[in-house]
Design a protein around this ligand. Structure first.
Ligand code: TXA
Ligand code: MG
Length: 319
């Protein structure tokens, strides 16, 4: 049962979020489906509730720019944009801070993180009450239309999330502008209410569209490509040897040089929370030991299995 919380129940919404529950809340753009971004199990529940077939990186939301800038490494451009457009419908993609607490899963295993301070009183009140970074994609089933009212959220997700906060309707109605600042040139990944012209005027430099950057001389490159391990990845392994690292799911196969267990009981939700961490650890240790590859046991397509397999298939693709 999904609870419909009255508009003033922001403390309760914050407490539910802190407790690892999913709560949809209004922002000035669209309703977000929030979860504690530090809590990988809560983030896995977002992907599950939305039925996302892959792990898209999520935006982390904060009540204050200072809190956002504890999770990422801002440059001068980011600070300037934040001063002018936050709180507001602008999302900045920046390198993750080594001190950050946002889970790997919330960032889909990327080295970068999208952060934003929404320009909506209720959203800010919920974020303050939660007191933790809140990962929030639009609160609709995957492939559906972004919701701009509590009723829209219930239409799509009723029974799949803990609560939805009633609220003032979203005034912008389309998702935030997403700007990538991880490279020397600023790249617009998604147009939104904060216009390219306004950003260019403030920064005094040209903003590139994502499709232009492939040809751009100083392309940051690999913009949306996910973290790929250095070691080759072999999926659906049915045996493993002492030259290999094993990413296990359920009872581990014997014979690997080292093993990382995704989920001993074979639970795809738990496996999702450990996937990126497991790939990173096996890659780092496997390289140190001079191993040949990372072998991955078969993972069923049930639940988050589809998203996990999507990610692993990319990691295993020829490079
Ligand atoms: O207005 C909004 O941004 C709404 C409200 C709820 O804040 N949220 C939203 O989230 O639209 P979502 O998950 O539907 O869209 C996030 C967008 C995606 O296009 C995603 O690829 C991009 O942001 N994104 C997130 N993290 C990224 C990263 N590290 N690098 C590149 N793109 C990223
Ligand atoms: Mg969306």
């Amino acid at each position: 049962m999904t609870r419909l919380l009255p508009a003033d129940a922001v403390e309760e919404a914050g407490a539910l979020l802190r407790a690892g529950q999913l709560v949809a809340f209004p922002t000035e753009t669209v309703y977000g489906l929030g979860a504690d971004a530090r809590n990988a199990a809560a983030v896995a529940a977002i992907y599950e509730a939305k039925g996302r077939p892959s792990f898209n990186p999520l935006i982390s939301h904060f009540a204050e720019p200072e809190a956002a800038f504890e999770e990422v490494v801002p440059d001068e451009r980011a600070r300037l944009l934040a001063r002018h457009f936050w709180p507001g419908p602008l999302t900045l993609v920046l390198p993750r801070s080594p001190r950050g607490q946002v889970s790997q899963l919330a960032g889909a295993g990327l080295e970068t993180l999208a952060v934003r301070v929404p320009g909506h009183e209720q959203a800010l009140a919920v974020l303050r009450a939660a007191g933790v970074p809140i990962a929030a994609p639009s609160a609709n089933p995957s492939g559906g239309i972004s919701p701009t009212s509590a009723q829209h959220v219930l239409d799509g997700l009723s029974g799949r999330i803990a609560a939805v906060l009633e609220g003032a309707n979203c005034t912008v109605g389309v998702e935030s502008t997403v700007l990538d600042l991880t490279g020397p040139i600023a790249v617009l990944l998604r147009p939104g209410a904060v216009t390219t012209e306004a950003i260019e005027a403030l920064l005094g430099e040209r903003i590139f569209r994502a499709r232009e950057t492939a040809a751009a001389p100083k392309s940051p490159g690999m913009l949306l490509s996910h973290y790929a391990p250095t070691l080759p990845v072999r999926i659906n392994a049915v045996s493993v040897d002492e030259r290999e690292a094993l990413l296990a799911f359920g009872p581990p196969m014997r014979g690997a040089a080292l093993t990382f267990q995704l989920s001993a009981p074979g639970d795809t939700t738990e496996a999702a929370t450990r996937l990126f961490q497991g790939l990173r650890e096996l890659d780092a240790q496997g390289q140190k030991l001079g191993l040949d590859c990372i072998a991955v046991m078969a993972i069923p397509m049930a639940g988050l299995g589809e998203a996990i397999n999507d990610r692993l298939t990319r990691a295993a693709a020829p490079r």
